[in-house]
Design a protein around this ligand. Structure first.
Ligand SMILES: Nc1nc2c(ncn2[C@@H]2O[C@H](COP(=O)(O)OP(=O)(O)O)[C@@H](O)[C@H]2O)c(=O)[nH]1
Ligand SMILES: Nc1ncnc2c1ncn2[C@@H]1O[C@H](COP(=O)(O)OP(=O)(O)O)[C@@H](O)[C@H]1O
Length: 207
């Protein structure tokens, strides 16, 4: 039998996939994590064809590209996964994940349900975390209060959210399911779920 121990160790820490409806609080939670655990987590910067929101930075929140550029890159095999969400393209490039893993950090991917299903077919072997809102009403309120979406975009996101919330119940799809009601409580649960990996990275990077 081949010894995979070394290969696994060389592959570094397990990535973390965060998924859940738009407006559930994924960005809020992962930003807290990146801030508190600087030098432990790194964000996989996706590509998207949607326009940047005020305050978002190219290369930090997303790589903002045209559909043509994105399609060409996908055709060249540069993406691990890609999906169409609410009328825009989104995708994780191989380079985005490699950039984080090269630093021996836990790579966080913020991806939709199609992304989750496609990542399951790869050898990335992440921890799958689902972030869910307490209810559709709360989700709608949060999305409206965020003031980033047009009415049309908001309705598309709410429709996608209903589907997401149903599929998320599928047994075995996620390792951890967190209801983001009280933010501090949800963040505490997220940290608890990732504690073991956090400790591993700290131990490895210390020595
Ligand atoms: N499959 C996939 N989904 C992504 C990727 N990047 C972002 N998403 C998802 O696309 C959806 C829309 O993201 P965004 O436009 O930033 O809106 P927000 O979730 O409302 O902040 C969310 O469900 C994200 O998780 C990606 O690289 N691949
Ligand atoms: N636990 C919470 N309680 C109240 N508001 C929240 C909570 N978590 C996130 N929010 C707010 O809800 C909105 C959606 O959160 P966001 O992180 O952008 O979601 P996502 O990245 O999943 O689309 C944001 O305006 C955010 O500040």
């Amino acid at each position: 039998m081949r010894d995979h121990t070394k290969e696994k160790a060389m592959a570094g820490p397990r990535p973390v996939v965060m998924s859940g409806p738009s407006g559930a609080g994924k960005s809020t939670l992962l930003k807290k994590l990146l801030k508190e655990f600087d030098g432990v987590f790194g964000f996989s910067v996706s590509h998207t064809t949607r326009s940047p929101r005020p305050g978002e930075e190219n290369g930090k929140d997303y790589h903002y590209v045209t559909r043509e550029v994105m399609q060409a890159a996908i055709a060249k095999g540069e993406f691990i996964e890609n999906a169409e969400f609410s009328g825009n393209m989104y995708g994780t490039s191989k380079a985005a994940v490699q950039a984080v893993q090269a630093k021996n950090l836990i790579c966080i991917l913020d991806i939709d349900m199609q992304g989750v299903k496609n990542i399951k077919r790869t050898d990335l072997n992440p921890i799958y975390v689902s972030i869910q809102p307490p209810s559709m009403e709360t989700l709608e309120k949060r999305l409206r209060d965020r003031k980033t979406e047009s009415e049309e975009s908001l309705q598309k996101r709410l429709r996608a959210a209903k589907v997401d919330m149903e599929i998320s119940k599928e047994p075995g799809l996620f390792d951890v399911l967190i209801i983001n009601d009280d933010l501090d409580l949800a963040y505490g649960k997220l940290k608890d779920a990732l504690l073991e990996e956090i400790q591993k990275v700290r131990d490895t990077n210390k020595s």
